[in-house]
Design a protein around this ligand. Structure first.
Ligand code: 13P
Length: 248
C-alpha cells in the first residue's frame, strides 16, 4: 500500500553546475527504478535547472523550505505558489536545522504545512528529539507534539512524516533499526488517532546518517517506509545505492 519514499536533502550544497553534473549522472542510473518514489530537494537556486533536468523522469522535485504567505512584502521568502510554478511536487517543512537556526516553532511549521498543502504541494514534515530529550525519556512527547501541532487543522493527503532524531543528523551516529522502528510505530499510532485508518497510507521516513551501509537494515523495519538523506545524497554513487536498496 505504501511505496518506498527515498528523498535527498542537499541542504546548502551544490551550485547550478554541480546540480547539473549530479543529475546528468544520476538520472540514467535510476531510470529503471519504478517501485520507489525518488525525490530530490536542491537549494532554491538550483530548483529551475533541476526542474528542467527532471522533467519526464521518475524523479520528483522538492524544496527545502517555504513561507506561509502567498505573496507580498516578505523579503527573502518564497511562497508555495512559486514552488508549484517552478515544478516542485514536495516541500520539506520543519527540518531541525530550521527550528534550531531560524527559530521555527511548531506553530510556524503548522502554518507552513497548511499553506503548502493549500497550494497543492506534498509536505515532508520533520520531527525528532535531541540527545538530551532522548536521554531524559522525552522522545515520545516530542514526537507527539511535533506531529499533532505540525498537522493541526489539516488532513492527511500529501503528507510524509520524516522522523529525524537530531543526535543522528550529520553525526555518523544512526538510530538502530530498533530505535527507528519504535519511533515510527509511535508516530503511526499518533496518526491513527488523528486520521483513523487513512493514517496507514502516510509514509513515515527516517533521516539521520543514512548511508549505503545501513540502508538495507533500516528499510527492513516494518513501519519505516523510506529515508531522507543528507550527506550521502550528495554523491551520485552513494545515493544510487540507497535508492536501489536491497529488500532483506
Ligand atoms: P545526514 O544524512 O547528513 O545525517 O542528514 C540527515 C538530514 O538532516 C536529512 O534531512
Amino acid at each position: 500500500m505504501r511505496r518506498p519514499f527515498i528523498a535527498a536533502n542537499w541542504k546548502m550544497n551544490k551550485t547550478v553546475s554541480e546540480t547539473q553534473d549530479f543529475l546528468s549522472a544520476f538520472i540514467p542510473e535510476v531510470k529503471e527504478v519504478k517501485d520507489v518514489d525518488i525525490v530530490i530537494a536542491p537549494p532554491f537556486t538550483s530548483l529551475a535547472v533541476a526542474a528542467e533536468e527532471l522533467s519526464n523522469t521518475n524523479i520528483k522535485l522538492a524544496a527545502q523550505n517555504v513561507f506561509y504567505e502567498e505573496k507580498g512584502a516578505y523579503t527573502g521568502e518564497v511562497s508555495p505558489l512559486m514552488l508549484i510554478d517552478i515544478g516542485c511536487k514536495y516541500v520539506i517543512v520543519g527540518h531541525s536545522e530550521r527550528r534550531q537556526y531560524f527559530h521555527e516553532t511548531d506553530e510556524i511549521v503548522n502554518r507552513k504545512v497548511r499553506a503548502a498543502k493549500k497550494a497543492g504541494l506534498g509536505v515532508i514534515l520533520c520531527v525528532g528529539e535531541d540527545l538530551e530529550e532522548r536521554e531524559t525519556g522525552k522522545t515520545f512527547s516530542v514526537l507527539e507534539k511535533g506531529v499533532d501541532k505540525g498537522l493541526s487543522e489539516t488532513d492527511y493527503e500529501g503528507i510524509v512524516i520524516a522522523y529525524e532524531p537530531i543526535w543522528a543528523i550529520g553525526t555518523g551516529r544512526t538510530a538502530t533499526p530498533e530505535q527507528a522502528q519504535e519511533a515510527h510505530e509511535f508516530i503511526r499510532e499518533r496518526l491513527r488517532l488523528n486520521y483513523g485508518k487513512k493514517a496507514d497510507s502516510i509514509c513515515i521516513i527516517y533521516g539521520g546518517s543514512v548511508t549505503p551501509d545501513n540502508i538495507d537494515s533500516l528499510m527492513a523495519c516494518k513501519d519505516l517506509d523510506g529515508v531522507l538523506v543528507g550527506g550521502a545524497s550528495l554523491k551520485v554513487e552513494s545515493f544510487v545505492r540507497i535508492v536501489r536498496f536491497n529488500r532483506l
